[in-house]
Design a protein. Sequence first.
Length: 198
Amino acid sequence: MREAIVNPRILALALVYFGLVAGNYGISFWLPQIIKQFGLSILATGWVTAIPYAIGAGFMVWYGRRSDSRTERKGHAAVALAIAAAGIAGATLTGNPTLTVVAFVIGACGVFGALPVFWTLPTAVLSGSAAAAGIAVINSIGNLSGFVGPYAMGWIKDATGSFTGGLLLIAALALAAMVIVLALGHDPSLERAPAAAE
C-alpha cells in the first residue's frame, strides 16, 4: 500500500481521475442552474438537463465497445478527455441556449466516454495486489475533486457573476488529464481482453 501511494504512475492516474471527476461533478451540480438562466420553467429545465445525460449514456456504451473492439485504451481515454474539454469550454462561447446545450452534450459524451475507459488504465501499469492498492489510491485522491470542482465553480460564479470561469477551469482540468494520459507509460499488452491476450 505504501508503495502504491508514492508510485508516480499511480499519482499521475489519480490526477487524471481528479480532472475527470471534476468535469463530471462540476457539470452535474451546475448544469441545471446554467440551463435555468435561459428562462425555462422548472419542468422544462429538468427535461433539457436530461438531454446531455441521455446522449452521453449512449455514447459511453458505444465508445466503451469501440475501445474493447480495438483493444486500445490510452488513446481512447485521451480523445474522450479532449472531447470533454472542448464541449465544456465550448459552452462558454455562446449565449444561444441551443448551442450551449449542444456543447454540454459534447462535454457529457467526453466525460462519460472517458470514465469506463479510464478504469482500464490502472491495470495497464500495475498488476496483482499492487493494482488493488493503486486503484484505492486513485479513487481516493481523484474523488477529492467531487468537492473541489463544484466548490470552485460556486466560488468563481460568486466572484464573477458568471459560470464562464468555472467552466473554463473544469475544461482545463480535463485538458491537463488528457496530457497526463498521453505522457503516461504503460504496457499495451495488459490492455487486451483476456481472450485476446491468450
